[in-house]
Design a protein around this ligand. Structure first.
Ligand SMILES: [Fe+2]
Length: 454
């Protein structure tokens, strides 16, 4: 258990330190959790999330959501029972120093920054991940940090928080970058957890590349006008800023990594953190993204002009023509799909409501065939983070599964884990596991079935 020096969030001026963005002050282990409904017996594993949770109260003026120390949260489910909820810091060197804990073993010097953006299983082990240079942190099944990992000496720099798993090969496809390095690496991680650098893409303007996607033949490279600023970095503020001098463009890099065949398409000024999915259909490449008009403009205080919108970008490979179609009129973020459809034609996506004033809310199911957005409103004051689709074994259709999410309840100041039937999306939840604690709004998570861990 940790005691922090957190100010009263009510007096806080920084939105990323207020309300349910505020960090929690303890590492907990909770059992005998209250359950409403019935947890499907088929679900045995861990439902994990990660997000920022600064140990010491940061400077309210310069703190950005992306900068806080990583904290991993997990609910252990087995055979219809909820065994425990835990939350632990990811013990990177900054956390170890603040909490007076031992630094983790590391194969080599790593950037000591926070690892706070995604948690997933890679080759049988759990890892906390972040972009921009810090090594992944290996966790054990109790969500305790074990070591920094360079995947057996195969990872030259850091990784990314958004590897894309090819459902056919089981390989992970990653774009990794770090500040001051003029190239972005295209890595493929094989099923044994070894990374191979397939290509180095020369991008000396050092863009922030948060996410990627794969299609049958390409990996998608997002190159937007948000680039590294040394001048900003030295102030201690978040070091990526809007850069009017840069165009917005999409790269399609052949999956063999041949960067001489990298195809760039310039598009209207845009920014996007997340791609929902991408796929090819004959000469057309479709890339479904949550688009922002712009972001990180230093002239505007705080997170700005997010106005997230789910859109489909279409690049015709023969004509080079680009077009955009709006897929939903709701402001959403944190898109997920049935992961068996990564890189393929698909019908359904799932998102969390996320408004330009940083309000989470209902979950959405997007039927891209019908052009319809279904909404699951969890009730007054209940706000979901990124929903995660879990397919049933023997599923007979794309949406034959469950949607799991951490839902903050501002009436109780606690968080529930809610399980929806994805085919009865607007109906009553199948199960709600009531946590006796609050899980701060964070970034990403995954359902890790027991069979995924060695
Ligand atoms: Fe992300």
């Amino acid at each position: 258990m940790v005691v922090q020096q957190v100010k009263n969030p009510k007096s806080e001026t920084n939105p990323f330190l207020r309300a349910n963005f505020a960090p929690v002050s303890t590492e907990n282990i909770c059992s005998e959790l209250k359950i409403t409904g019935n947890i499907p017996k088929e679900l045995s594993g861990r439902f994990l999330r990660i997000g920022p949770n600064p140990v010491k109260h940061p400077d309210s003026k310069s703190y950005h959501w992306f900068m806080g120390a990583g904290m991993v949260h997990g609910l252990r489910i087995e055979n219809g029972r909820a065994l425990w909820y835990k939350n632990n810091y990811v013990t990177t060197n900054n956390v170890a120093a603040d909490l007076k804990r031992k630094e983790l073993p590391t194969p080599r010097k790593t950037r000591g920054g926070s690892v706070n953006t995604n948690v997933m299983a890679i080759a049988g082990d759990l890892y906390a991940l972040v972009e921009a240079g810090s090594l992944p942190v290996k966790l054990n099944g109790n969500l305790e940090s074990i070591e920094h990992s360079d995947f057996g000496g195969t990872l030259n720099y850091g990784l990314s928080a958004h590897p894309r798993k090819d459902p056919q090969t089981g390989e992970l496809h990653v774009l990794a970058y770090q500040p001051t390095k003029p190239t972005v690496d295209y890595l493929v991680i094989d099923q044994s957890g070894k990374a191979k650098t397939k290509s180095q893409i020369h991008l000396p303007h050092q863009p922030m590349i948060h996410d990627t996607a794969i299609t049958a033949n390409y990996i998608v490279v997002l190159d937007f006008p948000v680039t590294f600023s040394l001048l900003t970095a030295v102030t201690g503020a978040f070091p990526y800023v809007w850069n009017n001098k840069r165009p917005s463009r999409i790269g399609l890099l052949p999956r063999d990594g041949d960067s001489t065949k990298l195809l760039w398409t310039e598009i209207p000024t845009s920014f996007a953190y997340h791609i929902m999915n991408a796929y090819e259909d004959n000469d057309d490449v479709f890339i479904d993204v949550v688009k922002n008009a712009m972001n990180f403009d230093a002239k505007i205080e705080g997170q700005n002009n997010l106005a997230p919108s789910l859109v489909r970008w279409n690049i015709n490979l023969k004509s080079g023509k680009f077009s955009e179609t709006v897929l939903s009129d709701r402001p959403v973020e944190f898109p997920r799909i049935n992961d068996a459809y990564v890189g393929k034609q698909y019908r359904y996506g799932y998102t969390a409501t996320f408004t330009s004033d940083l309000q989470f809310g209902a979950a959405c199911k997007h039927d891209l065939l019908k052009g319809q957005t279904l909404v699951h409103d969890f009730g007054q004051g209940r706000r979901t983070m990124e929903p995660v689709f879990v397919s049933k074994s023997g599923a007979v259709s794309e949406d034959d599964g469950w949607l799991l999410s951490y839902v903050f309840n501002e009436n109780t100041n606690n968080t529930d884990v809610v399980i929806l039937d994805a085919q009865n999306f607007e109906g009553e939840p199948i199960a709600t596991i009531h946590l006796p604690v609050r899980v701060p709004f964070g970034f990403h998570g995954n359902w890790i079935a027991d069979g995924e861990l060695s």
